[in-house]
Design a protein around this ligand. Structure first.
Ligand code: GSH
Length: 342
């Protein structure tokens, strides 16, 4: 087995495999990389990606997102000439990059990365137990070359360009495919600056407060986090144009792409775990009409996966129970006062 591997792999990959072997983790490397024909380690299964997979839960029904994935996964003769999107079906950051490629009509290839361990006892096999970077390197060498910290999303262009970090990928896609719709309005420095400011606001203020609400286990602190979350949403809504459904009015921009995947989680995951109901006031009605318009837009709709599969995700992964071990969870845990820290 080792001989076959040695004959085929570069020294760095051999070293990574040896490290995994020493840690008893060789099973994490796909059989192809191990030079094996077919066998899988006992009890180790692939996380479910489609209804054809063993760990797919019978209650899940494939939605537009799963259908887009199936189409983009299909390897074709021109696959090497396409931009690769390294992504994970569950990741809201990665969904931003996914929407950007769909909006620009790019013929990209979808590369599913599972940065976490698989537990066949859990629905879909999904956990949020972070794989060490050495393991990710051995399993997904092209991905880690495109995303040095092993976080999704990242893109790799056949011309050699590699970009990571969701909002940077969105901006790169905007300029690389220099055609409408433009995610940053062309020739308008002030509007471009505002688009960047409000996209950051989504990440720094709205989404952060929401995940505090989700992760904090103390009901009083949850109520405080919910109040802060609603206040940030209202601030955002007041900055939205009144001229059309999108943030800037009639045209979409990076702000819509930045928020959509998170608003989806606010509704689906917030409703599921915290009984979150959005208030009925002018600001939240503005946000609701924005959400409806975006959900009907084909590029956005193409990224909506099965709700039943996505909503329990933080629990099996530990976010709602504050058990997550991902970089994202660790960053948020450091902001939770008095909450459990791993
Ligand atoms: N700031 C990054 C965050 C990306 C991120 O945290 N992605 C998560 C999945 S949602 C990930 O790759 N986690 C893997 C890990 O923590 O090992 C971005 O905007 O792209």
């Amino acid at each position: 087995m080792q001989t076959v591997f040695k004959a085929r792999r570069a020294p760095a990959a051999r070293a990574a495999l040896a490290a995994l072997g020493a840690a008893g983790l060789t099973w994490l490397v796909p059989t192809r990389a191990r030079g094996l024909a077919s066998e899988e380690p006992p009890g180790k299964k692939k996380a479910a990606q489609s209804s054809k997979d063993e760990l797919w839960h019978p209650s899940w029904v494939e939605a537009t997102g799963e259908r887009t994935i199936a189409q983009r996964l299909r390897a074709g003769p021109q696959d090497g000439e396409k931009m690769k999107l390294f992504t994970s079906w569950f990741c809201p950051f990665a969904q931003r990059a996914w929407i950007a490629l769909e909006e620009k009509g790019v013929d990209y290839s979808y590369v599913e990365i599972n940065p976490y361990e698989v537990d066949p006892q859990l629905p879909g096999g999904y956990t949020k137990k972070q794989l060490p970077i050495e393991v990710k390197k051995a399993m997904y060498p092209d991905f880690v070359q495109s995303s040095p910290r092993g976080l999704v999303p990242a893109v790799a262009d056949p011309n050699g360009d590699k970009v990571w970090e969701s909002l940077h990928v969105v901006q790169y896609v905007d300029e690389r495919f220099d055609r409408p719709p433009f995610f940053l309005p062309k020739g308008d420095p002030l509007k471009r600056a505002h688009v960047r400011i409000w996209s950051d606001f989504v990440t720094e203020r709205m989404q952060k407060n929401f995940y505090m609400l989700l992760m904090d286990q103390d009901p009083e602190k949850q109520a405080t986090a919910k109040g802060a979350f609603f206040a940030e949403c209202r601030t955002f809504a007041k900055a939205m144009s009144t001229d059309g459904p999108y943030f800037l009015g009639k045209e979409i921009s990076m702000v819509d792409i930045a928020l959509f995947p998170f608003w989806q989680r606010f509704l689906w995951v917030g409703g599921y775990y915290r009984g979150l109901v959005m208030p009925d006031d002018p600001e939240f009605r503005r946000l609701q009409s924005w959400w409806e318009a975006c959900s009907e837009r084909p590029a956005f709709k193409n990224t909506l996966v099965c709700g039943g599969r996505a909503a329990p995700w933080p629990d099996v992964t530990g976010l709602a129970g504050n058990e997550g071990t991902s970089d994202y969870a660790k960053n948020l845990q450091s902001s939770l006062s008095g909450a459990k820290k791993p």
